[in-house]
Design a protein around this ligand. Sequence first.
Ligand code: FAD
Length: 387
Amino acid sequence: MDFTPNPDHEAIIEGVDRVCSDFDDAYWAACDQNHEFPWAFYTKMAEGGWIGIALPEEYGGGGQGIAEGALVLNRVAASGAAMNGSTALHLTMFGLQPVVKFGNDQLKQTFLPRAAAGDLHVAFGVTEPDAGTDTSRIATRAVPDGMGGWIISGRKIWTSKALESEVCLLLARTDGEPGEGFGGLSLFLVDLDPEHCDIVPIPKVGRNAVASCEVAYDELPVEGWRLVGDRGRGFHHILHGLNPERILLAAMACGIGEVALRRAVGYANERSVFDRLIGANQAISHPLARAHMELNAALTLAMKAAWMYDNGHEAGELANTAKYLAAEASYFAADQAVQTHGGLGYATEYHVERYWREARLQRLAPVSQEMTLNYIAQKVLGLPRSY
Ligand SMILES: Cc1cc2nc3c(=O)[nH]c(=O)nc-3n(C[C@H](O)[C@H](O)[C@H](O)COP(=O)(O)OP(=O)(O)OC[C@H]3O[C@@H](n4cnc5c(N)ncnc54)[C@H](O)[C@@H]3O)c2cc1C
């Protein structure tokens, strides 16, 4: 084990903190309130090369790993940008990992350089209304067009960034019937062509700067080279994007917890009630101390998971564990930040209610806490499957 401070990582933290310092809480609150994608912030992050940091150098990326991506997103979230800022970027970091690993040359040459430069926005379309967590029930279907290509029809739900994205990494059924396992699923990088894709944002509680959408695919033509990897191996390929996604999400969640905690400590050190600072009450200080420790532990585990993934080791257990613990720690910290602010915690002016709304999301998505516990119970502990 080596915990020596890494100068490259320190440079990343310093560089990202510098960009983020130009975008304060008022900016993020306005993006959230107006449901506006944070273009000014996105452009600055792209100019700094931060969005493509985990894509290979030969395609114009930074050639770094998921650990460095996690650091970037952690600092973005911790600046007060929370999910509104970090999810504007994270799809490019993890979503294209299956293309890097399994995509053909044409896919890589065409899309990776633009993604690395931040010019190409990517969405990730897995979840369907009728399948839910049970991905084997995916019904969106890709049918051969007789000329080497495909025609795709079906309905996805919760596709984040579909409004901004030119392309979507889409999991669709090429063989078999819904419920017949994962073998009939294939992965495509499709164009979100408005002539064949109807995109409707879903009104939601928070993270409103980045819309998540219902997308109806109506006979979308897709050329053969847009198939990522092998037909029928789509679920397997997408798993290579899911562990990085969990690691990045864990780092983002810890960032939200950090900024919530920072605000809570600041308020507890200045608000006086009954002639004493509220932070002098252990009912206030102890939960904040606990939040600090839990966030620290979760982030350390996320970085270990990232190291495992980047070094080619099996990362499933640690990626899932980090995401679970980070989601709990982040929500606890944000909830305590609201509590510390008393009634003003519920006012938008202090921003902690925005962190709290955004921290809640990680307990549901990209994978629910229950399904993470199922994974650990079955795959790690060897307990029987309950469903
Ligand atoms: C803001 C937001 C953004 C999202 N972005 C994307 C995206 O970009 N792309 C994408 O593909 N998806 C996206 N999702 C979808 C997200 O991944 C799913 O919502 C999540 O995986 C849960 O699936 P579900 O909503 O279908 O819940 P369901 O599968 O309907 O489950 C409902 C509840 O039942 C529980 N449950 C179900 N089965 C079991 C079981 N066997 N044991 C214990 N508990 C169980 C679940 O844990 C959950 O609490 C997003 C969701 C949200 C809210």
